[in-house]
Design a protein around this ligand. Structure first.
Ligand SMILES: [Zn+2]
Length: 200
């Protein structure tokens, strides 16, 4: 299975983890094509903070799917960041996969961190696991910079303490915002970028 990651999605996957101190995550809007999954967008959902690992908040998830009925079938993916820890699938993550795959034929997931490491997998509702071929649409530096500035502003405007809500559009809110993060952005290993191809 191929997974196509649009440039705006890749930018968000890289930038949101840098905009918060702790872990963060949400859903992916996935369009299915023959032998291909295209990630159209990612959103952030309310989440439990303070645990060892991020976990999709089931109440927030079902609330979101209920209020977005027409689009709900598209959210077959989930993403999260382990902040400063390694990107790997934990036992808690596998439980989330089971929940997500149980609502559909399968669930696509990516775990990332502040160093931009990424690990992808697809779990089917029969328990089958597949590591997809990930194809990334390149982003221009300029576009990335524009998104960074927009997202930085969004987070600065919306976030206070642990206040997290979901807007009508499925936009976002974040946890434990720390403005110092912006000054200390460091470039990490870009190993997974070996898989970068032009898509057009
Ligand atoms: Zn995790």
């Amino acid at each position: 299975m191929q997974v196509i990651v649009k440039s705006n999605v890749m930018n968000k996957l890289e930038l949101y983890p840098k905009l918060v101190t702790g872990e963060i995550g949400g859903l992916m809007n996935v369009k299915e094509q023959k032998n291909k999954l295209i990630i159209e967008d990612i959103i952030i959902l309310k989440q439990k903070v303070g645990g060892a690992h991020f976990r999709l908040d089931e109440d927030a998830l079902f609330e979101f799917l209920k209020t977005n009925k027409r689009r709900a079938h598209r959210f077959k993916g989930w993403w999260h960041s382990h902040a400063n820890f390694e990107a790997f699938w934990s036992g808690v993550d596998d439980a989330t996969f089971d929940m997500m795959a149980g609502m559909s034929k399968f669930a696509l997931g990516v775990v990332t961190n502040k160093r931009k490491n990424q690990v992808w997998k697809i779990v089917s509702n029969d328990g089958t696991i597949e590591v997809p071929e990930v194809i990334i649409e390149k982003s221009s530096f300029f576009k990335k910079l524009l998104m960074w500035n927009k997202m930085k502003k969004e987070v600065q405007e919306k976030v206070s303490e642990d206040d997290i809500t979901i807007t009508e559009e499925g936009d976002v809110e974040v946890v434990e915002f720390d403005s110092k993060e912006f000054e200390s952005e460091e470039e990490g290993e870009d190993d997974w970028r070996n898989n970068v191809y032009e898509t057009d």
